[in-house]
Write a protein that binds this ligand. Structure first.
Ligand SMILES: Cc1cc2nc3c(=O)[nH]c(=O)nc-3n(C[C@H](O)[C@H](O)[C@H](O)COP(=O)(O)OP(=O)(O)OC[C@H]3O[C@@H](n4cnc5c(N)ncnc54)[C@H](O)[C@@H]3O)c2cc1C
Length: 462
């Protein structure tokens, strides 16, 4: 490819301790957590609202607080979910909800509002319609001095002491030349949608708000040749408030969110798929005969893309061995939800046996997610927060939910504030202090032994 040398003077700003790029669950939790422990924070978001997939992506199902009888999610994630319920912005499909395992469907407009309020309360400065497009990093050590942003005012250089990448795609880490992993065959994305006109009352529903026994109907429609793409893996329409439903149907195969042409074509295909699934539900289910499309998502529903290769590379072997770590910043017992990569029967069997038929955890069992999964290798002052954490593809499929991305964000934000306050570095942080600080913020971290040193196991040693 030919190159063009782009060189110009742009305005410079400073005065922030921490800059967070991306206002999804990882980024917003990081910004609020850092501000709460005293840091001056700027959050830049390329959309016009916060929430990431939970608003612009119309991914409205929020997972539970834990498995069986064990609560695993505390801290900011539990606080926000509780607040959404208190404010009437979280719908519970289960009639008698279990305090630990019940899931909710959130109101995306409610989430936008609550996050705006929280940012104002914690004095986080937010700039919407603003993208981080470049970084200024030292050559010999992995220290970031500042970032270049772009918005309606043009380009601007902003300095800070620490940086958090909550872009989902590890965009800032990549701009820093941090070692990253880009899956050759990532999990396919889905164009999410909101639909209206559903009479939920007579329907028999699963606890998560999906209609029971839809699988034989999908198989019948495939047999009838109804679909352009005979994909047996259809999560379905989740019950939402009143007569609303959140449609998670269709996969945009062979799309890369890291290639703009592929992503643009994917948006077009995704919107066509939504229309086809709408017709499917109208045709094959009398309960959905009158549904209408309210909206497709503004953001493509990307499940998986670039992740960092950090100080710790978490693997499915760690997951299956139920490894615990002195510096674990979250604990988890989610199942592996690795969507089909194509429409073959083998792929559907592979998915359903891992997701529906395998249960690696009994009551009280879990594995830990260590601090080093958030730290790009050798980074002094950059962390990732959200789905771009350092891990292999299989364990990622258990770790990527929004509630968990908030836990990673809280840990990254707290660690960044600790670095700003103490002069420590991201890759040489006192992790005993970090864990104590997260516990003081109500995070559930049951490890008995703490360590001042982070646990390290880079990808090449995994
Ligand atoms: C189809 C689908 C279904 C899912 N189902 C569920 C589910 O049922 N329950 C659940 O909990 N999770 C679910 N997930 C997973 C979850 O939604 C994501 O893993 C999670 O939202 C990732 O959070 P994040 O903060 O890393 O990224 P995102 O939510 O993607 O947020 C990233 C933010 O960064 C912004 N951004 C990107 N680049 C820049 C830049 N250069 N500068 C500034 N801002 C930038 C984006 O606009 C976005 O707002 C699903 C995901 C998908 C795609």
């Amino acid at each position: 490819m030919q190159t063009y040398n782009f060189n110009r003077d742009i305005p410079e700003e400073e005065g922030y301790d921490i800059i967070v790029a991306g206002g999804g669950p990882g980024g917003y939790a990081a910004a609020i957590s850092a501000a709460r422990v005293g840091a001056r924070v700027l959050l830049v978001e390329s959309q016009g609202c916060l929430g990431g997939m939970g608003t612009g992506g119309l991914v409205l199902e929020w997972g539970s607080y834990g498995r069986y009888t064990m609560k695993m999610v505390g801290g900011f994630a539990a606080e926000l979910r509780d607040l959404m319920e208190e404010r009437g912005f979280a719908f519970q499909p289960k009639k008698e909800p279990d305090p630990i395992t019940h899931v909710v469907s959130i109101d995306p407009e409610g989430l936008k509002l609550v996050l705006d309020e929280l940012m104002a309360k914690e004095k986080v400065e937010v700039r919407f319609f603003t993208q981080v497009i470049d970084v200024d990093r030292e050559h010999d050590v992995f220290h970031v001095n500042g970032v270049v942003i772009n918005n309606v005012e043009g380009l601007r250089y902003i300095k800070a002491k620490a940086f958090i990448d909550g872009t989902g795609d590890a965009i800032v880490a990549k701009l820093c030349n941090a070692p990253c992993f880009e899956p050759e065959d990532p999990m396919p994305p889905t164009m999410m949608a909101m639909v209206n006109g559903i009479d939920w009352a007579p329907m028999e529903l699963e606890d998560c708000g999906l209609i029971v026994n839809q699988r034989p109907v999908i198989d019948k429609a495939i047999e009838d040749g109804f679909f352009t793409q005979p994909d047996r893996h259809v999560p379905g329409i989740f019950q939402s408030f009143d007569h609303l439903g959140n449609m998670n149907a269709g996969h945009v195969f062979n799309m890369s969110s890291l290639n703009c042409r592929s992503l643009s074509d994917g948006m077009v295909t995704g919107r066509q798929q939504v229309q086809e699934y709408l017709r499917f539900y109208q045709t094959y289910f009398k309960e959905f005969a009158n549904i209408r499309l309210i909206s497709t998502a503004n953001l493509m529903g990307v499940r998986d893309s670039r992740r960092i290769k950090g100080e710790y590379w978490l693997t499915v072997e760690d997951y299956l061995a139920q490894k615990h770590f002195p510096d674990q910043i979250a604990i988890n017992a989610n199942r592996i939800d690795l969507h089909v990569r194509n429409t073959s029967e083998e792929e559907y069997k592979r998915f359903s046996s891992a997701f529906f038929d395998t249960e690696p955890f009994q009551d009280g069992e879990y594995y830990g997610i260590p601090y080093g999964t958030l730290v790009p290798k050798d980074s002094l002052n950059l962390w990732v927060a959200g789905r771009s954490l350092s891990c292999d593809t299989q364990s990622h499929a258990a770790q990527r939910s929004q509630i968990y991305c908030m836990l990673y964000g809280q840990a990254a934000g707290t660690a960044a504030a600790q670095v700003v306050a103490t002069g420590q570095t991201a890759n040489n942080l006192n992790t005993k202090t970090l864990i104590e600080s997260l516990r003081a913020q109500n995070c559930i971290l049951p490890q008995t032994k703490l360590s001042e040193e982070m646990t390290r196991k880079p990808a090449e040693q995994a």
